[in-house]
Ligand binder design. Structure first.
Ligand code: NG1
Ligand code: MG
Length: 520
């Protein structure tokens, strides 16, 4: 199998790391942003930070279980122009957006009674500036703890081309751009690596209220143009660019927005955060059933359960082939573990009640609540350990199989058959997301179905689901025909033409990761 060189995740970033090719390709948009900034604030920006959205090709809802995922950055991005202010009001931010529907906001951090920074992020609604605040938080928390260090006031202007709430991670792009901007303005980039930036932005984004894994921020920060990114989180963050076998026949990934806005923050209690709790609780119960050692107060992940069950030593990295076979084994093993209390055949809900779950966890009710429920707000009558585990292990395997197919298919050896194999994995992922992880919705099911009928090799939801986009693998010469067919079958697209249609359904190529330009 062709070896791929890991991207050096821990090399230090410098004050500027420019991506001139991208800036030139987007010239008019960058110039317009600079002009608008100058008009609105009466001076030129000092920096422009760019952070792309991402499309996840395969590997859904497994990053927080610490299994590897396979996203690619998209061309659509967030650009943030920023300049510091010397005078009064240290730390005060004016945040403006070129898109008129996002109004200008000003805010300043304050220190609370325990001397921690507060920025007052509203977790009850989706607000654009929450993601700007989230990026700022991490910078304040990391560098401005002593009273002598005073953060600079900043004026900023944003323009974004990643549709919000579409599963293409406009949120992570905004947090990455904001974190980078505040680091740059406060001259705190020295000694920071891409890996650090990922870690800072992951915890920054969690402040908005979703306990996400690290996929989106990794894709936005680390991606390299022309290749997808295999990101692995365990034992440490690492990333490999993986060229996609899509040159013969030439193929592309088409994103199609279901136009159901996936409001993760508002629904976090019953969707995303509940899934995070279900997978963590499942890991503990599975670990106990499989005789894996774990500390009483440990929030063990599925990946750690698997590695310990396989006897991998701490810090050691499992080879991909061994990981794949381990995933197959554990997937079979859990069928015999009876993680379902009721099968639903008598009309009762499947899954475990909280009491049943606590019992299986081996913890006291108060310890269980402290470890699994105290840091997150969730609402559920039943917890689905079996279905969620089955999804996680099978999806983690599909990611590795997808990666293997890409690496195995040398240039010159690419064919319809390769694409069919990739497509099949994508379809299986969709079925698993819909049936086992229950994170699809009727519109996403419909769109993926239409995509297949319109000739896609494979089609699946991308991102958290419950709305947002699908991604389909389509032969490039057939994209127009594909879009026409999908449009005809999907009522929400009727009446859309030209630019408006291109906003909701478009082909994308793996693009480059975040960058920072110094302008003065
Ligand atoms: P979206 O909803 O596309 O931003 C979320 C998480 C990811 C990952 C996916 C599901 C955030 C920031 N990101 O992505 O970490 O878990 O869902 O695979 O919440
Ligand atoms: Mg997001």
């Amino acid at each position: 199998m062709a070896a791929s060189q890991p991207i050096p995740v821990y090399t230090q970033l410098k004050d500027v790391f420019q991506d001139t090719a991208t800036a030139l390709a987007q010239g008019p948009r960058w110039n317009n942003l600079i002009e608008e900034f100058t008009q609105r604030y009466g001076r030129k920006p000092e920096y422009i930070a760019r952070a792309p959205g991402r499309v996840n090709l395969i590997g859904e809802h497994i990053d927080y279980a610490l299994f590897g995922v396979f996203p690619a950055a998209v061309e659509r991005d967030i650009l943030m122009a920023v300049a510091g202010r010397e005078e009064h009001d240290p730390g005060r931010i004016t945040a403006d957006n070129l898109d008129g529907k996002y109004s200008r906001q000003t805010f300043a951090p304050i220190k609370n009674h325990v001397q921690e920074w507060e920025l007052d992020i509203d977790k009850t609604q989706l607000r654009w500036e929450s993601y700007v605040k989230a990026g700022y938080y991490g910078v304040l928390g990391k560098f401005f703890n002593s009273n002598e260090d005073v953060p600079k006031g900043v004026d900023l202007l944003v323009t974004g081309s990643v549709p919000a709430g579409s599963g293409l991670s406009s949120s992570a792009a905004m947090v990455v751009a904001s974190t980078l901007s505040f680091l740059a303005i406060n001259q705190r980039l020295d000694g920071i690596s891409k890996g650090d930036l990922v870690n800072i932005t992951v915890s920054n984004e969690r402040r908005v209220g979703v306990n996400s894994g690290g996929m989106d921020q990794s894709a936005s920060v680390i991606s390299a143009a022309g290749a997808a990114l295999y990101v692995s989180f365990f034992p440490l963050l690492s990333a490999e660019p993986i060229p996609l076998p899509i040159t013969a026949p030439r193929s592309v990934f088409v994103c199609a927005n279901s136009l159901v806005v996936s409001d993760k923050v508002v629904h976090a209690k019953t969707r995303y955060n509940l899934r995070v709790v279900e997978t963590l609780a499942a890991a503990r119960v599975l670990g106990r059933r499989l005789g894996v050692k774990m500390a009483n107060d440990e929030k063990i992940t599925m990946r750690e359960v698997l590695d310990r069950w396989l006897g991998v030593k701490p810090g050691e990295e499992l080879e991909v082939a061994a990981l794949k076979s381990g995933l197959e084994r554990i997937s079979k093993e859990i069928d015999g573990l009876k993680l379902v209390e009721s099968d639903g055949s008598d009309g009762t809900e499947t899954g475990l009640t909280l009491e049943e779950l606590i019992e299986l966890s081996g913890l006291s009710a108060s310890d269980f609540k402290q470890i699994y429920l105290s840091w997150v707000d969730i609402e559920a009558t039943h917890f689905q350990l079996y279905k969620r585990s089955k999804h996680v292990f099978s999806e983690a395997w599909r990611v590795l199989e997808f990666r293997d197919i890409c690496l195995r298919t040398a240039e010159g050896n690419q064919s319809h058959d390769t694409l069919r194999q990739l497509g099949k994995l994508m379809d299986e992922s969709q079925t698993s997301c819909a049936e086992l992880y229950e994170c699809s919705c009727p519109e996403l099911d419909e769109l993926t179905h239409l995509a297949k009928e319109a000739g896609a090799y494979g089609s699946r939801l991308t991102g958290a689901g419950w709305g947002g986009c699908t991604v389909s693998l389509v032969e490039e010469s057939r994209v127009e025909e594909f879009i026409t067919k999908v449009k005809a079958g999907y009522p929400a697209y009727h009446g859309l033409h030209g630019g408006a249609l291109h906003e909701v359904i478009f082909a994308t190529k793996p693009s480059s990761g975040a960058c920072l330009f110094k302008l003065t």
